[in-house]
Design a protein. Structure first.
Length: 226
């Protein structure tokens, strides 16, 4: 599988190139929009990872040119601003998914694999659903039984991870690396505290309880049996 990274920031670009290379992908990198477009038009890429803020042509112009010429390879865009207009614009221009900087490499890799697995054919991850719990990834809103639940950015990230991998017990170390982008430190109870708040918001006074603690292992979001 061949991936093109279009990213001007040396540190991020190199980190992505190296990480994806180690994960078994063949990776090319362009440092500005013009080069990125040129390479994308020539190369047979399975995926383009496109930064939005680029010198020369910006990410939007590159994306528009690609789609305008009928190239349909999947595009994952990177944006530094967590703003709904950016996400809507990118998806409307034909991108397949996005990540807000800073992100963890583990999260990027998970997205890359999901996109490559499902291939092109529309975005199927705009809303995540488990039972009557809904997470609108585009507008970053959560609903349970149709009622809006206010979440902080971290709580949203935590719930998104639990919902994307529902039914799977997630160890604290994985949650720490994906939501807080930190190595797990057993002295901190930041995860427990955030999880307790999230459970109050999601499950308090509602049935079934969706977030479960699995002793000594971690947390899982699922509809309990029976
Ligand atoms: Ca940039």
């Amino acid at each position: 599988m061949k991936i093109l990274i279009v990213e001007d920031e040396a540190k991020t670009g190199e980190y992505l190139r190296q990480g994806l290379g180690e994960a078994g992908f063949v990776v090319d990198r362009a440092r500005d929009g013009g080069d990125g477009l040129h390479l994308a038009l020539q190369g047979e890429y399975d995926l383009v990872i496109l930064d939005v803020m680029l010198p020369g042509l910006d990410g939007w112009q590159v994306l528009r040119s690609l789609r305008g010429r009928g190239l349909q390879m999947p595009v994952l865009f990177l944006t530094a601003r967590d703003q709904v207009e950016d996400r809507v614009k990118g998806l409307e221009l034909g991108a397949d998914d996005y990540l807000v900087k800073p992100f963890s490499f583990a999260e990027l890799l998970a997205r890359v694999r999901t996109i490559l697995r499902r291939g092109r054919g529309g975005i199927d991850t705009v809303t995540l659903r488990v039972a009557d719990l809904e997470l609108d990834l585009l507008r970053r809103r959560a609903f349970r039984g149709g009622r809006r639940i206010e979440l902080t950015a971290k709580e949203f990230g935590l719930l998104e991870l639990l919902m994307r991998r529902h039914g799977e017990v997630l160890p604290r170390s994985l949650i720490a690396s994906q939501v807080w982008d930190m190595n797990f430190d057993s002295d901190t109870n930041v995860i427990e505290v955030a999880m307790r708040r999230l459970r109050l918001k999601i499950d308090e006074g509602r049935e079934p309880k969706l977030i479960q603690t699995v002793r000594g292992m971690g947390y899982v979001l699922e509809v309990p049996d029976r």
